[in-house]
Design a protein around this ligand. Sequence first.
Ligand code: 13P
Ligand code: SF4
Length: 315
Amino acid sequence: MIGLKKDTALLQQEIRELAQLKNAVILAHYYQYPEIQEVADFVGDSLDLSRKAKKAGNDIIVFAGVKFMAETAKILNPEKKVLLPDLAAGCSLADNCPPGEFKKFVDAHPGHTVVTYINCSAEVKAISDIICTSSNAEQIVNRIPADQPIIFAPDANLGRYVIKQTGRQMVLWNGACVVHEAFSIDKLIQLINAHPQARLVAHPESEEHILKIADFTGSTRKMIDYIKTDDGHTYIVATEVGILHQMQKEAPGKTLLAAPSHEDNTCACSECAFMKVNTLEKLYNCLLHEGPEIKIEPELVKKAVLPLEKMLRWS
Ligand code: 13P
Ligand code: SF4
C-alpha cells in the first residue's frame, strides 16, 4: 500500500474508514492542502485546534499540521497517541528559537513574565510563563499587570503588533515566519491599485509595513470571520495560501486574491513548505501504521502543560 498513488476520493474514503476503525480524530490546520482539510474531522486555527485536542475523547489524535501543533496536542492530552504524518513538518519560528539560547535570553531579563507564542518547541514552552496564539495574544498581554515587565517570543512581528495594540513595552525575541516575511510590498501595492475596491486582510506575523495598510489584522480564524461578515466583495489575503480553501467555502460569494510574494508571480512562495510536507498519502500511512508518533518525556510534559493550561484558562 505504501507509495501507491491512489485516486484522491478513494484515499479519502479509506482514511475515513481507518479513522473510524481506530477511533482516531483528524485535526487539520487551515494551511493544509484542500484534500486534507476535506478529510479532517475539524479544521481550525492554533487556538481552536488546541482546544479540540484537549477535549478529544478518541484513542488517537492525528494532527495534520506542523510539529509544534502536534506537540501541543500531546502535552494537553499525554495519555493519547498523537500522530503527525511527517515529522519534518517544522516551523521557522520554532526552529529559530533554540531552548538553550532562549533560556539564556530569559535569564538575562530577570523578573520578566515570559509570554511565548505557541509556535515554539515543547522545551521552550516549559520555560515560559504563559503561551498565546495570534488569536489571543493581545488579550493575554492585557491581563498581565501594567507594571510587570514582559518578554515576548519568538515572533517579533506579532510582538510589535501586540505592543501597538496594547501600548505595553515588551522585550522581543528576534524571530520571524519565512512565509509572512516573503510578501512583497511593491507587488501588493500593484495588486491593490489593480483592485481599488479590495480590502486587505493580514495575519499579524506579517511585517509592520503590511499591517499598516491592512484593513483587518487577525489570526487565521479571525480573518475568515471578518471576510464572512464584512460587507465588501473582494479581499487580498496576506497569509499562507492554503487558507483560501476554507475561506472560500465559508464566504462563497466573495472574491479572494492571494497576497503576492517577492519570489515570483505564482504566489507559490506564500505556501508554508513545512505545512505542505503533509500529503494525503502520508496521512493514510500514518493512520495505518500509527506512526510517526509524537513522544515527549513525562517530565517535560509536566512543565510545558502549565503555561498552555494557563492560556486556555485566560482565553
Ligand atoms: P493561526 O494561529 O492564526 O492559525 O496561525 C498559525 C500559524 O502558524 C501562522 O503562520
Ligand atoms: Fe511556522 Fe510560518 Fe509555517 Fe506558520 S506559516 S507554520 S509560522 S513557518
